[in-house]
Design a protein around this ligand. Structure first.
Ligand code: GTP
Ligand code: MG
Length: 468
């Protein structure tokens, strides 16, 4: 698609577009379902299929009882219709929300009655896209709406809420203002270049740009935590066959997700399970027990265990305490611990209920558990959360960058600011600095939507569900 720079939020006018409609509630049976209609003459359109008061004569933010009729004037359902007149609606446009009974067929029929009046089906995210285009929200806020819908844990929800409230946008605006100030200083010098004026204040400019550089750094540093919070902590269980990996996975998630038997080599392929603990989302991966094997399938499984370990954000090694620790296994554990590098690593002893009575001084277990008897399982959950977040500066109220699109734009803006600092350092003329600073402004603008291209909009709004 052709790239195009859109106008700034302030310049967008509120001309209403063709009306669109979609079912805004999840598909399936429920108490009620909501069909949302937004756009030019939305109220008049719905009014044509509505039996009750004349909706076109009613005030904004009022609710009306009546019937929706099909083209043969037959009643489809009793409904409540809520009216929102422009600009006081989610999209900024004239909007009608029809609440009907929640059956699949009823809901679909009401939607079709509306569509038969020349209203078009909405694309995914089109309501929110219109809200953005009408200046109802910034782009980062619109993206937060999608995050909110997709949030799978309390913490992901918190992060989306913060973004929705515009906290990220506020930071970006502040950076932009600082850079605009810097640009003004540079361009002042450009204006007076014939008169041989020195930079208004080179030191002040340098201080300002360094400040922005550091602040962007701080924000970028939250991305790693943001990613963990949004997508979940990739956690891998590794250990010898029969160590109790699958049993532990089942115990944590509270259902028999993985097959458990006393046969070594039961798990052949990696198994991923979503699990949340204390507001944090984990992606638990059970793996095939590590051993040399002639079995082609099992060997492939062991290879996948290794790959899962390499991709993990948290590694948990399980050592069966009912078996003596061999030199080989001790070396294996040391190797894993070393290879984990910066990735948090937890060493646990399993089957503590039947542990052999040899106190092994050489091993430093974080915890000794028994999945069978529920021993130290809560302690393990706590430890997993604590270790997962230990390399991050996460606290409940901190603002997190959770989107890779935002991170990329921040990185580009930071490169521009650093480019300007270098140019300043080398004593280059103001026009060089000005190019870098303008580019920084443009990159920051892509986050909040002051600068947009159709490509960006398309990729963002296609993530939405229809009806949002
Ligand atoms: N006594 C006792 N037995 C356990 C405990 N945890 C697991 N087991 C038993 O140990 C055996 C192996 O358990 P699994 O969970 O299948 O072990 P695994 O590590 O997944 O094994 P592979 O899939 O072969 O790599 C099963 O018979 C379990 O019932 C425990 O805490 N206590
Ligand atoms: Mg297993």
């Amino acid at each position: 698609m052709k790239k195009q720079e859109a106008t700034s939020t302030q310049q967008r006018d509120l001309t209403e577009k063709e009306p669109i409609a979609a079912i805004a509630t999840p598909v399936g049976e429920g108490g009620i379902a909501v069909i949302r209609v937004s756009g030019k003459n939305a109220i008049a359109s719905v009014n044509r299929a509505f039996k009750g008061k004349d909706l076109t004569k009613q005030e904004s933010h009022t609710v009306h009882f009546g019937n929706i009729l099909d083209q043969d004037e037959q009643v489809i359902d009793e409904v409540l219709v809520t009216l929102f007149r422009s600009p006081k609606s989610y999209t900024g446009e004239e909007t009608v929300e029809i609440s009907c009974h929640g059956g699949v067929l009823v809901t679909q029929s009401v939607l079709e009655a509306v569509l038969s009046l020349g209203v078009r089906s909405a694309e995914p995210g089109e309501f929110t896209q219109r809200a953005f285009l009408n200046g109802k929200m910034e782009l980062s806020q619109a993206e937060a709406v999608a995050d909110l819908i997709h949030a799978k844990s309390k913490k992901a929800l918190d992060a989306a809420h913060q973004q929705l409230e515009g906290q990220l946008g506020e930071h970006i605006k502040q950076f932009r203002q600082q850079i605009i100030d810097a640009t003004a200083m540079v361009e002042l010098e450009l204006d007076f270049v014939e008169e041989d004026v020195e930079f208004a204040d080179k030191e002040e400019l340098e201080r300002l740009l360094k400040e922005v550089d550091e602040e962007i750094d701080d924000l970028l540093a939250t991305y790693e935590t943001g990613r963990l919070v949004k997508h979940g902590v990739r956690t891998v269980f590794i250990g010898l066959p029969n160590a109790g990996k699958s049993t532990l996975l089942n115990t944590l998630v509270g259902k028999d997700r993985a097959i458990v038997t006393d046969i070594a080599g039961t798990t052949r392929d990696t198994i991923d399970v979503d699990w949340s603990y204390d507001g944090l989302r984990f992606k638990l991966t059970d793996t095939a027990g590590l051993r040399e094997t002639e079995d082609v399938i099992e060997a492939e499984g062991v290879k996948r265990s290794q790959e899962a370990f390499e991709k993990a954000d948290l590694a948990v090694y399980l050592k069966d305490l009912s078996q003596e620790l061999t030199t080989d296994e001790r070396e294996d554990i040391a190797t894993f611990q070393k290879n984990a590098g910066d990735t948090p690593f937890i060493l646990i002893g399993t089957k503590n209920d039947i542990a052999i009575d040899v106190e092994d001084e050489r091993m430093d277990y974080d915890l000794k558990i028994s999945a069978l008897e529920g021993e130290k399982i809560d302690a393990l959950k706590k430890l997993m959360k604590q270790r997962a977040l230990e390399n991050t500066d996460y606290n409940e109220s901190s603002l997190l960058v959770t989107s890779s699109r935002h991170r990329d734009a921040l990185q580009k803006a930071q490169q521009d600011v650093r480019g300007a600092l270098q140019a300043l350092d080398r004593g280059m003329t103001g026009d060089f600095l000005s190019i870098d600073l303008r580019s920084a402004l443009k990159n920051l603008g892509t986050i909040t939507g002051e600068i947009t291209t159709e490509d960006i909009l398309d990729s963002i709004f296609s993530r939405f569900c229809i009806g949002k």
